[in-house]
Design a protein around this ligand. Structure first.
Ligand code: FA5
Length: 375
């Protein structure tokens, strides 16, 4: 007697009910005959075909309800994932003897390819739908006026400083800088202004400690540069300066200067006048008048004051200038018999006031956007 026992397959428990009552493991007793064996194989092949048809039916039913990429992924995992229906069917192929596997394999391969193709098509359809919905939500009216966003600008004093730097850099000057908190030595003594010199009254200073002050001009940078390099020197030095000046239309306790220093063999006052003239013409354009008058600075000899005005307007002092005093050259270790040089220090605020026709220096520091946005 032949006893056929249906055993429960270990994978069967996790399969959906009604979809796949797995091909059973069949214990064939040792007395099995060929006829029984063929019957058994036929039954297995039939079952495989039935399962393939059931999976196909379930696929067709379920893929209709798929609308999102997540649902699609769940479906893919259920059918094609490592433990999905199709790979499990393939695993069951191992139960068939080699000569029967080819036909069963073809059956499963075509099922798998079909499902894969349909998955791709579904993916494409979902992406197109998502794009259409996104476009539907994005209802822009391009004919509406745009939202205005204010664009920041450089402060007029910065614009003027950059313009001054450009002009002198094009003439071959380097831009140097120095500290705003200076020592008494660099701010005064090295510039030939000893402690009891009356010229110190000109620069009423903010002292912040023993021998330390907020620099009253950019001239200390001359000393720092000359002490650090041999002639020739051709530099400009823009920077902030501080004086205990009472604010009025042309003075402010914080203001900006640009220092220029040129040291070389054979420089004269004529070179100084020439370079200032070229600069003023380049910066202001035509229509400005310039005037030199004698002045006194302990670190230049001779010294001059430069005023300019629009034709017919009031004169405004824009800079102090002069030939570098031999005492300063000695202090920095230059030989005054070998080299000569000149320097000037101009006020950036005054230049801006003249250029833009501003009559009160205090406007630059009030941060009033209505004023600042005009430049
Ligand atoms: C000096 O400061 C010298 N160091 C300039 C100099 C350099 C002379 C090199 C010779 C050689 P004075 O104190 O004149 O100079 O200032 C120069 C310029 O700074 C003035 O012409 C003016 O434009 C500007 N300035 C001075 N004080 C103020 C202030 N309180 N507010 C705004 N601008 C000022």
């Amino acid at each position: 007697m032949i006893v056929i026992t249906r055993l429960h397959h270990p994978l069967q428990s996790s399969w959906p009910q009604g979809v796949f009552h797995l091909i059973p493991w069949v214990q064939v007793p040792s007395v099995d005959t060929d006829a029984v064996g063929r019957l058994y194989l036929l039954e297995m092949y039939d079952q495989l075909e039935r399962k393939a048809a059931e999976i196909r039916a379930e696929w067709e039913k379920d893929c209709k309800g798929v609308n999102t990429p997540q649902q699609l992924e769940e479906l893919r995992i259920r059918f094609l994932g490592r433990k999905g229906y199709i790979p499990r069917l393939f695993a069951a192929l191992r139960e068939l003897p080699p000569q029967e596997r080819a036909a069963a394999g073809r059956l499963l391969n075509s099922l798998r390819e079909e499902i894969q193709r349909e998955l791709e098509a579904l993916k494409e359809r979902i992406a197109v739908k998502a794009e259409e919905e996104r476009l539907k939500r994005e209802t822009h009216d391009f004919t509406l006026p745009g939202t205005w966003r204010g664009v920041g600008k450089l402060h007029p004093l910065t614009q003027v400083r950059l313009e001054i730097e450009r002009i002198f850099m094009e003439m071959g000057f380097d831009v140097a800088s120095g500290p705003e908190v200076e020592t008494d030595y660099y701010n005064f003594e090295a510039l030939n202004i000893p402690p009891d010199h009356p010229a110190r009254d000109e620069w009423d200073s903010f002292y912040i400690g023993e021998g330390l002050l907020l620099r009253t001009h950019t001239s200390p940078v001359q000393i720092r540069v000359m002490k650090s390099q041999k002639p020739p020197v051709r530099i400009i030095c823009p920077g902030r300066c501080y004086r205990r000046d009472t604010p009025d239309a042309t003075h402010f306790p914080v203001f900006h200067q640009v220092e220029l220093l040129w040291v070389e063999r054979g420089l004269t006052m004529a070179h100084l006048k020439w370079i200032i003239e070229v600069f003023v013409r380049e910066f202001f354009g035509p229509g400005y008048e310039m005037r030199f008058s004698a002045d006194y600075f302990p670190f230049t000899e001779p010294s001059a004051q430069v005023h300019i005005r629009r034709k017919g307007g009031p004169w405004l002092e824009i800079m102090g200038a002069g030939m570098v005093d031999p005492a300063v050259f000695k202090e920095v270790g230059y030989d005054p018999e070998e080299v000569t040089g000149f320097a000037f220090g101009l006020g950036i605020e005054r230049m801006a006031m003249l250029k833009y026709g501003i009559d009160d220096i205090r406007l630059f520091f009030q941060n009033d956007i209505r004023f600042l946005e005009q430049f």
